[in-house]
Design a protein around this ligand. Sequence first.
Ligand code: NAI
Ligand SMILES: O=C(O)C1=N[C@H](C(=O)O)C[C@H](O)C1
Length: 236
Amino acid sequence: MKIALLGYGKMGKTIERLALESGHSIVFKSWVESSEGNIEDAEVAIEFSSPEAAVSNIKKALEADLPIVSGTTGWLESYDEMVKLCEKRNGSFIYASNFSVGVNLFFSINEYAAKLMAQWKEYDVSVEETHHLEKKDAPSGTAITIAENILKYNSKKEWNLDSTSDEVLSITAKREEDVKGTHIVSYESNIDTISLKHEAHSREGFAKGAILAAEWLKDKKGVFSMKDVLGLTNAD
Ligand SMILES: NC(=O)C1=CN([C@@H]2O[C@H](COP(=O)(O)OP(=O)(O)OC[C@H]3O[C@@H](n4cnc5c(N)ncnc54)[C@H](O)[C@@H]3O)[C@@H](O)[C@H]2O)C=CC1
Ligand SMILES: O=C(O)C1=N[C@H](C(=O)O)C[C@H](O)C1
């Protein structure tokens, strides 16, 4: 597979290494200052850039008729616009807040737990995420996905950072040196606490998942999710 890498930072470089090890080639890469290679030579684009750059990267790929896998977080107010553009161009598009297989299994476990716990009103649910110091957005995209899936079943109406209101699902975002990504969902009562935790040990899981998504998407048309790629279903 001939890959265009839009964004060549921590994730772009990890994807490059693992893609080359799997026999793929990188024919184009771009970062904030410059670019290398020809995007026209690519069969698929993978973009991990910044909240400010994601929309123009996705447009660039769709306008070049390239299937696009986007992992950048913090730009989702423009998601519907990108879906419309993909449909208009009869293109192919996957966004995931987290491409790792483990986190996507965690998403399914989280939905199952949210559905089960909804009837046990003595437990109050909260979400905590911890990431490295360079992370630009808070809360993480993964924490937002987790929170939105809990809200499908819980009586709380919305999520917010550091909320103290009973009506609101609180997300706490911590920043610590070199943490790759840790997410914890806690159900707390006066008697006990039930916690679900996912901890990434490296960026390889995110990168492998993005390459898997690109291989899966390459010959398809439409807008998909990692649930489609992995054949995962919802909690019911
Ligand atoms: N969905 C997932 O599985 C994962 C998502 N991420 C997300 O991916 C994004 C990138 O993460 P990292 O690689 O760790 O960041 P990074 O800061 O190490 O790299 C970002 C890259 O994007 C480039 N870039 C930034 N602004 C640009 C612009 N205006 N035009 C062109 N290139 C631009 C930078 O030059 C750099 O090469 C973040 O939003 C992060 O939250 C990170 C890991 C996993
Ligand atoms: O910025 C990161 O590093 C990560 N970002 C994603 C997010 O915002 O959820 C995924 C992963 O947790 C690493």
